[in-house]
Write a protein that binds this ligand. Sequence first.
Ligand code: FMN
Length: 217
Amino acid sequence: MYDLEQAIQDRHSTRMFLTDKPVPVELVNEALALAMRAPSNSNIQPWHVVLASGAARNRLVAALLDVAAVESPNVPVLPESFAHKRRELGALVYGSMGISRDDKEARRLAVLRNWEFFRAPLAGIVCMHRDLDYVDAMGVGMFLQTLLLALTARGLSTCVQVSIAGYPDVVREQLGIGEDMRILCGLAIGYPDTSFAANNIHVPRNAVEQNVTFVDH
Ligand SMILES: Cc1cc2nc3c(=O)[nH]c(=O)nc-3n(C[C@H](O)[C@H](O)[C@H](O)COP(=O)(O)O)c2cc1C
């Protein structure tokens, strides 16, 4: 059995997938069955995932690229006090792609790959019922991380993508997702292109003390 700690360490965001290596459906089904074990408020199991492959995936990508060419995505704005984190990540990710900070055109093209699911053959859409709240979004997050780890343990790579939720109407129309579902994010699943340098970066984390406080008196 794959070691849990190993899966946690190995999971990372992949931003270029092999287009010609399909994702075995049985591995995805195994990972989904494990992810269903995630805890949730009142055992609501608030996650709803739509997985598109083949022609459905290609149609979705074509429609997303069309809209991304003419319209900015509607994604939550990062407050200024957190924006430095995005700048640091951008420097790391785009730097590893050999793209400098002021090369706007190269950055634009790299960002556009979001709406191709970074060329992954399996494109997931993670949704939650519109009537549910933050506490339930936590349940979806727990499901999602369990899914990522189970996929990692099976040799698959992933990228969670809020960028996909930036064009909810296009996603709805292409995949028949009703207005009752809130589209939270996309999920690219496939095998990594290991020759793509940005796939091999290790994004640093804060020291634990920065995010955790122990109080004992
Ligand atoms: C909710 C969520 C949304 C994300 N959206 C995007 C995205 O739209 N595009 C992208 O390239 N990465 C996206 N990521 C990946 C993060 O940038 C990545 O998880 C973070 O930088 C840590 O790197 P790691 O996943 O390689 O450990 C997202 C991750 C999460 C959890």
